[in-house]
Design a protein around this ligand. Structure first.
Ligand code: SIN
Length: 331
């Protein structure tokens, strides 16, 4: 852990988890062939010019929680990250937490953290599309912007900052594999922007969702329920559902076509899965909008959540059911 001291009693904790923001490439002009998660968080923070002046009035405390390419993010790292974040937020002298993360699954981590953390202080996730060694890396600017948001008096709850925009955990989605501005909040739009270190909010107060689960109730060693995502597409047969049932899946999220529609064979396979106790949630593979439940819907709808976030919600709900059963075995 490293502390950048600025004669202040207020702290911002920066937790590093890896990603392209901490990536390194052999060639400075190569933004594709690089290794993510190489540079430790204290080196990364120290490399941002003028950061101590930018956060005048706050001490920065860095901590490496993980060092992963976020395509490999998993529930163990999530538990550790939630616990380290909750621990920091509980300290009276900590004003906010900033988390550096890969872009590929930042939306799932943000949604997970929002589901388990109190919304009373800002938790700002940030990332980069270019490795730290690039000719013109975007990580330093994104980290500065994330700190601007973390210091802003209106910030609260979990948000994602990238390319000068502030997105809520609920709506943020990666929509481009290469552009610096790789994120969208769909129909909802971003809640603010960061312009030359000043935050301009377009939505206030920020919509904060009360946590459905407590970070303190999560254990790194606890096995999480297996929840997989299946897709409806032309010619979808339902064979994937049968294979997943054989594999012992406990929950399924189905990314339907359009308004969450499913082929007849896939519907039948999912109904059989539900009848044998597998919990199923229906979302849409459309990038924008949300499924509007039909009055005779047989498969419950994931309330406005994308398939990857619905998966997290279903995992947490199954964990909650398991915890309730364990505390009252008569259930
Ligand atoms: C990752 O998600 O860790 C790699 C890709 C990125 O951060 O852009």
């Amino acid at each position: 852990m490293q502390v950048v001291e600025t004669l202040s009693s207020k702290k911002i904790v920066i937790l590093g988890t890896g990603g392209t923001i901490a990536g390194q490439s052999a060639l400075r002009d190569d933004n594709i062939n690089y290794l993510a998660a190489q540079v430790d968080i204290s080196t990364l923070t120290a490399s941002v010019q003028g950061l101590a002046a930018h956060v005048a009035g706050f001490d920065l405390v860095t901590e490496q929680v993980a060092q992963v390419d976020s395509k490999d993010m998993d529930e163990k790292v999530w538990c550790r990250l939630a616990q380290r974040t909750a621990n920091a937020l509980a300290q009276p002298d900590v004003h906010a937490v900033v988390i550096t993360h890969g872009t590929d699954t930042i939306e799932e981590t943000a949604f997970f953290l929002q589901s388990v953390l109190p919304a009373n202080k800002p938790v700002v996730l940030t990332c980069a599309m270019r490795p730290s060694t690039a000719l013109n890396p975007d990580g330093p600017q994104n980290l500065r912007d994330a700190l601007s948001v973390a210091m802003d008096p209106h910030a609260e709850g979990v948000v994602v900052v990238c390319a000068g925009l502030v997105h809520t955990a609920q709506h943020v989605q990666k929509i481009h594999p290469y552009r610096l501005d790789a994120f969208s909040s769909g129909d909802a739009g971003p809640v603010g922007s960061v312009e030359n270190a000043r935050v301009r909010w377009t939505v206030l107060p920020l919509p904060c969702t009360p946590p459905a689960w407590q970070a303190s109730g999560l254990s790194v060693d606890q096995p999480w329920p297996q929840v997989e995502i299946v897709l409806n597409h032309a010619g979808a047969t339902g064979a994937v559902v049968q294979a997943l049932m054989h594999a012992g899946v406990q929950g399924l999220v189905v990314a339907g076509t359009g308004n969450g529609t499913l082929s007849q064979p896939l519907t039948r396979a999912l109904q059989l899965a539900m009848a044998s106790g597998v919990q199923v949630l229906r979302s849409t593979r459309c990038a924008f909008g949300q499924v509007m439940a039909e009055s005779d819907a047989l498969i419950p709808v994931a309330q406005g959540l994308s398939p990857v976030k619905a998966r997290v919600a279903l995992q947490l709900s199954l964990l909650g059911l398991a915890a309730a059963k364990a505390s009252n075995p008569k259930n």
